[in-house]
Design a protein around this ligand. Structure first.
Ligand code: ZN
Ligand code: FE
Length: 259
């Protein structure tokens, strides 16, 4: 039996467009921070909530995801958890995790997925009972991460794996990129009604100063072109009707890079 939702999740906007997340498990009084770009705003929020930081969960090695690791470790003595495949590049890593591992945050459990593509060692954490996915820079709302270290085939496999998670899964990605992603998505799937509805929602949320993250897996499957290489409209727009899924994904990513 899956225990009911128990994690309290707080979203902290930092730098120009990063989201850092605090995950608090009240029974065990365990608190994790996902991808602390910087330490100070995390320490302030912990203080305001009266929570003691017990874990850092890193998704990948980029500075805007691990920049606060060592300062938070010094301030709190927390345990640093990160991708086994990238242990050499995660500052202070103590616990290495990878595909199929289950990591416990008190009573809450995260299943780990290897999702290479943005970087070669990128991982994602899925808290099934809490319907929450922390996917770093692999999937964004209406977008995906740039392919700095991986091939289109690797990134497509990573996204396709995440896309099998349940509809209600909340997508806690690491950046507020949704508005610019939306402009690109509309250029390649202009007649997608789910996308049109999402774009309207994104515009009104941003106009009101609200985050567009988290979205849901159902929303992303319906509207995110990087999860939709099978879409006849997308294929037609790219001049790749009937093309194989990796080729369509690769062309979508290539066009976004120069959009
Ligand atoms: Zn990154
Ligand atoms: Fe990032």
């Amino acid at each position: 039996m899956i225990r009911p939702m128990a994690l309290i999740i707080e979203q902290i906007p930092v730098l120009s467009d990063n989201y850092v997340y605090l995950l608090h498990e009240p029974e065990a009084q365990a608190t994790a921070v996902v991808d602390p770009a910087v330490a100070e705003p995390v320490l302030e929020r912990l203080e305001a909530r009266g929570w003691q930081l017990t874990h850092i969960l890193n998704t990948h090695h980029h500075g805007d995801h691990v920049g606060g690791n060592l300062a938070l470790k010094r301030a709190t003595g927390c345990t640093i958890v990160g991708p086994r495949a990238d242990r050499a590049r995660i500052p202070g890593i103590e616990v290495e995790v990878g595909e199929g591992d289950v990591y416990a945050l008190g009573q809450a459990q995260a299943r780990v997925y290897d999702v290479p593509g943005h970087t070669r060692g990128h991982i994602a954490y899925w808290f099934e009972a809490d319907a929450a996915l922390f996917c770093g820079d692999t999937m964004f709302s209406l977008g995906c991460g740039r392919l700095f270290e991986g091939t289109p085939a690797q990134m497509w496999a990573s996204l396709a794996k995440l896309a099998t998670l349940p509809d209600e899964t909340r997508i806690f990605c690491a950046h507020e990129y949704t508005e610019s992603n939306a402009r690109f998505a509309l250029s390649v799937e202009p007649d997608n009604e789910a996308l049109q509805r999402r774009v309207a929602e994104v515009k009104s949320r941003r106009a009101a100063g609200l985050p567009t993250v988290p979205s849901t897996m159902a929303m992303e499957r319906a509207a995110n072109p990087f999860l939709r290489p099978f879409s006849p409209e997308l294929q037609r727009q790219l001049g790749l009707s009937g093309g194989d899924l990796v080729a369509v994904f690769a062309e979508t990513r290539r066009r976004k890079d120069s959009f």
